[in-house]
Design a protein around this ligand. Structure first.
Ligand code: UFG
Length: 342
C-alpha cells in the first residue's frame, strides 16, 4: 500500500468510465485517495485492472448505483473529503428515445447525492457538465457568461437541470457546500500507457472512437457528417482536449474548492482552439502514419456548426491549462485502439 491510507478520500461516481478512470489516476498522483462508485452499467470491470496496473495497487471500489441512498451509506461511513460526480447516462440519441431514464438517472442521482453530501457535511462537489449547455453559441470562443440555450436533447437538458439543481443546493447549504460546475468540450485520447481509454459499448457515436475503429478495420469507414458547413473547410469545428488534461482539471477544481470553501463557480474546460473534422483526420494521419478510410455524408441532426472554449477563467482561477496537443490525443487514442485489438 501507498500513503493513501491517510490521504483524503474522494468519491468518484462513474469512476470506471472514460473520464472518471483517468481522473482516478490524476487524483492518486495528487495525493488523494479516490473511491470509485460505479454500477458498471456502462463500463467494464477490466478498467479496474488497468487502473491497478497503472497505480501499482487496487483502488477502493463499490459496485453500486450512486443514487442508491441505502447502498451509499457504506461509502459515506468513512470520512469523505469531496465528491466528483461523473455517473450519468450520456448518449444523446438514446436520451431522445428514453427521456424518462435520463431524467430519472441523471437528475435523480445528482439530487440524492447532493442531499447525502449536505446531510453528512461533505463540503466539496465537482460536477461534470458539458458545453452542450451553450447550444449554437452566438460568439466564439464561448465563455462562461454566454447564455444557456434551450436544450437540443433530453441529455443536454439533464446537464442544464443538474447545474440549476446544484445552484439551489449550494444556496440552501449557506456556505457548507462548495460546487465546481465543469463544462467539458470534447474529451478524447487515453492514458499513454494504454491501460485505460474510451470503451464505447456497441457502435461509437463519437468521432474519435469511430475513427480509430475504422482504421482498425472494425468499421468499414468513417462518415464525416456534413461537408457544407460555413466553416474554413466545410466540416464542423469542436474543441478536442486530452482526457488526461481534463482529468487534471478535476484535481485543480478540488484544490480551488479547498482554497475557496463554500464557493460555486462554473468553468469551461477546453484547449481554446477549434479543430474541424477534416483537421482531426489529418492530425491522426500525421500522428500515427495511418490513413483514415472516410467518406463525406449528410449532416447529423442536432450538430452545431462550431464551438470552442474560451478557457481563460479556468487558467486564471483553477490555474489549469491543457498541456497535450491534438496529435498527442490521437496518438494515445490509437495506442489504446491497438491494445484493444491485441
Ligand atoms: N462526427 C463525424 N462522424 C462520426 C461522429 C462524429 O463526422 O461518426 C463529427 C460530428 O458531426 C461533430 C464532430 O465529429 O462535428 C464531433 O462529434 P462527437 O459526436 O464526437 O461530439 P459532439 O461534439 O457531437 O458531442 C459532444 C459530446 C456530447 C455532448 C455534445 C454537445 O460527446 O456528450 O458534445 O455538443 F452532448
Amino acid at each position: 500500500m501507498t500513503e493513501t491510507a491517510s490521504a483524503p478520500r474522494i468519491i468518484v461516481t462513474g469512476g470506471a468510465g472514460f473520464i472518471g478512470s483517468h481522473t482516478v489516476v490524476a487524483l492518486e498522483e495528487a495525493g488523494y485517495a479516490p473511491v470509485i462508485v460505479d454500477d458498471l452499467r456502462n463500463s467494464r470491470p477490466e478498467v479496474l485492472e488497468g487502473l491497478e496496473r497503472i497505480l501499482g495497487h487496487s483502488v477502493e471500489f463499490h459496485r453500486i448505483d450512486c443514487g442508491d441512498v441505502q447502498a451509499m451509506q457504506a461509502v459515506f461511513s468513512q470520512p469523505v473529503h469531496g465528491v466528483i460526480h461523473f455517473a450519468a447516462d450520456k448518449a444523446v440519441g438514446e436520451s431522445v428515445a428514453q427521456p424518462e431514464q435520463y431524467f430519472s438517472n441523471n437528475i435523480g442521482s445528482t439530487a440524492r447525492l447532493a442531499g447525502m453530501m449536505r446531510e453528512r457535511g461533505v463540503q466539496h462537489l465537482v460536477f461534470s457538465s458539458s458545453c452542450t449547455v451553450y447550444g449554437e453559441a452566438g460568439e466564439l470562443p464561448v465563455d462562461e457568461s454566454a447564455p444557456i440555450q434551450p436544450a437540443a436533447s433530453p441529455y443536454g437538458f439533464t446537464k442544464q437541470a443538474c447545474e440549476t439543481l446544484l445552484r439551489y443546493s449550494h444556496r440552501a447549504a449557506e456556505g457548507a457546500l462548495g460546487v465546481a460546475l465543469l463544462r467539458y468540450f470534447n474529451p478524447i485520447g487515453g492514458h499513454p500507457t494504454a491501460e485505460i481509454g474510451e470503451l464505447p459499448l456497441g457502435t461509437p457515436a463519437n468521432l474519435v472512437p469511430y475513427l480509430t475503429q475504422s482504421v482498425a478495420g472494425i468499421r468499414s469507414e468513417l462518415t464525416v457528417f456534413g461537408s457544407d458547413y460555413p466553416t474554413r473547410d466545410g466540416t464542423c469545428i469542436r474543441d478536442y482536449l486530452h482526457v488526461c488534461d481534463l482529468a487534471e482539471a478535476h484535481v485543480a477544481a478540488l484544490r480551488w474548492l479547498e482554497r475557496a470553501p463554500g464557493m460555486l463557480d462554473v468553468f469551461n474546460l477546453g484547449t481554446g482552439e477549434g479543430s474541424s473534422v477534416k483537421e482531426v483526420i489529418s492530425a491522426f494521419e500525421r500522428a500515427t502514419g495511418k490513413s483514415v478510410p472516410h467518406r463525406f455524408g449528410d449532416r447529423r441532426p442536432g450538430d452545431v456548426t462550431a464551438i470552442y472554449a474560451n478557457a481563460e477563467k479556468a487558467a486564471q482561477v483553477l490555474q489549469w491549462r491543457t498541456r497535450r496537443s491534438l496529435d498527442d490525443c490521437l496518438a494515445d487514442a490509437w495506442r489504446w485502439q491497438e491494445k484493444l485489438k491485441g
